[in-house]
Design a protein around this ligand. Structure first.
Ligand SMILES: [Zn+2]
Ligand SMILES: [Zn+2]
Length: 95
């Protein structure tokens, strides 16, 4: 287990791609897909699913709420500044 938030974590800029290639992330990714029933959180689609980080602040020890499952079109939309992520966030937070 992690002993502290800083130790053993990853930093966005330098280690993100390394992290995505790690078995640690593969396992987190697999668990996330399972928890979300292998469906896109936005449209319910089942194909070309990605696990998307809503927050990179806990990279390496993500909170389940930091991660969402998105199909490719929705994932693309999530990375476009503005629209999608905001809409999704509101729904999820019940605001
Ligand atoms: Zn989708
Ligand atoms: Zn993403």
């Amino acid at each position: 287990m992690d002993t502290g938030m800083q130790s053993g974590g990853y930093t966005m800029r330098t280690d993100y791609s390394t992290y995505l290639a790690s078995s640690e992330w593969q396992e987190t990714r697999r668990r996330t897909l399972e928890a979300h029933h292998n469906r896109c959180d936005s449209c319910g689609g089942r194909y070309q699913l990605n696990v998307h980080h809503r927050s990179y602040q806990r990279l390496g020890h993500e909170h389940p709420d930091d991660l969402v499952v998105l199909c490719r079109p929705c994932h693309k939309a999530a990375h476009r500044p503005g629209t999608f992520e905001h809409r999704w966030f509101r729904v999820r937070q019940g605001r």
